[in-house]
Design a protein around this ligand. Sequence first.
Ligand code: RIB
Ligand code: CA
Length: 310
Amino acid sequence: MQKIPVIIDCDPGHDDAIALVLAFATEKLDIKAVTVTGGNQTLAKTLRNAKKVLCCLGKQPPVAAGADKPMFRDLEIAAEVHGESGLDGPNLPDPPWEELPMPAWELSRDIILQSRQPVTLIPTGPLTNIGILFTAYPEVKRNIARISLMGGSVMAGGNWSAAAEFNILVDPEAADIVFRSGVPITMSGLDVTHKALILPEELESIRALQGPVPRMVAELIDFYYKYHAAQGFPGAPMHDPCAVAAVAAPELFTMRDMRVDIETKGAHTTGMTLADIRSWSDAKPNVSVCLDIDRPAFARMLISACKNYH
Ligand code: RIB
Ligand code: CA
């Protein structure tokens, strides 16, 4: 079975960390690099967190830091969700290795242009690094198979404002560049990620596994779920792991092709992913929007991934 070459761009972040656990556990993905952006916390913290998680997984892919702020705006972080470190909960050691000196968009450019097989991008944070990549090196688009991103929402409203999901709201201009790029997009927005829950009994089955990775995942969810339990969620929403699962196991998802545009100027709607759902619209779809998920199968996939490191 030919593996799918992927680059993961993330802002760890608890769910980003669990997305990395899932990505490195599945046989279907060949992870060429992990790049990092500011988002859930500052770039210095998200970079350190990405390296800590990779160290816990025993993985050492090429790692490069990208943008420490959005393309045209100041960075907005989510410390109330992910804590002061951006990965509060587990106590993880720093790895003995360092990231590459080149910026994320140069590492991604090199990997994409040298790849014999079109590369899939899996961004799970603000889209700044991808926006810069497409602006500086548009030639890469010809060798990108798909972008499977976590972000946005077409019918589920926002989570960081009434209209917008965090990843898109932090850098709407970068998201606009990506959504207008012509590269096929699979969007795991809040419509599906609010259904992609790890329930308390499933968390306990992860905790019961032996080893540093199941322990890390359980401690990550323990911290992360506090925020979501207070909002009334019956389980911890696995936003970013959806973007990985949509590549590794698309059969778990119900998707619908839609035209989705990014609002970058609205007084109340900046960061909104506006889907044209009019049945009579002649707008050309640019996004496969994930609307539903086989949640039990998704949870089993995540638990199995934790066992993979067992
Ligand atoms: O809105 C959820 C998204 O914002 C996730 O990617 C989470 O990690 C945060 O970045
Ligand atoms: Ca994220």
